[in-house]
Design a protein around this ligand. Sequence first.
Ligand code: SAM
Length: 206
Amino acid sequence: MSAYDQIADIYDQLFSDDKSLQENCELFDLLNWKSGETVLDIGCGTGLFWEYNTPEIYIGLDPSDRMLANFAAKFPQAEGCLKHCKFEDYVGAGADLVIALFGAASYIRPSAVSKIAKLTNPGGRYFVMFFGPGYSPVVNGATNLSIKHFMGSEALLPGKQTVFNNYTIVTGAVSAQNAQTEPDSAAQTDPDNAAQTEPDKPANFI
Ligand SMILES: C[S@@+](CC[C@H](N)C(=O)[O-])C[C@H]1O[C@@H](n2cnc3c(N)ncnc32)[C@H](O)[C@@H]1O
């Protein structure tokens, strides 16, 4: 059972206030998905991307059965595109646009974070959101759960860092010529040990 299974049925309600909806609009303006771009959505949850976009070719992956079931209930046409797995275990096609929205990337084991660039098609881009420094996820504050996540992993993915409210977004592009993006400066010997895990801190509410 995945930790998010326990909150899947209230997840959308936690983010249904005006401020969250406004934040979603700002985010999707920034993401600027273009029709025709194929999408790999890491930690797709209950299908937020589909609420604002209608991709023709899409893969959504998530280790939570319940989050995926709620996604499929809202968007039955996406059901065949959903994969039940952690990103660390994903073996499959890449995409023109690889995304991890609203902190989903902070749940990935640090040693797997650089795989995001490898799954981005030549000529494609990635847009990956990590929890910002000091931020404690809303889901922890709204429940008694303390879902394990990793802080500081944004440093493990090459690209431009942008602060967006409580998140750090890393954006990068893969060259169409040689599909190389990853400067060695981002590499660490043992990222899983280098990253700070934050399972048990008291929650900050936004
Ligand atoms: C904060 S929610 C974000 C959901 C969605 N991206 C959104 O913006 O509404 C984080 C999601 O990441 C998923 N997740 C947790 N661990 C993961 C992992 N190792 N690989 C991929 N997704 C993971 C959770 O199940 C959850 O659905």
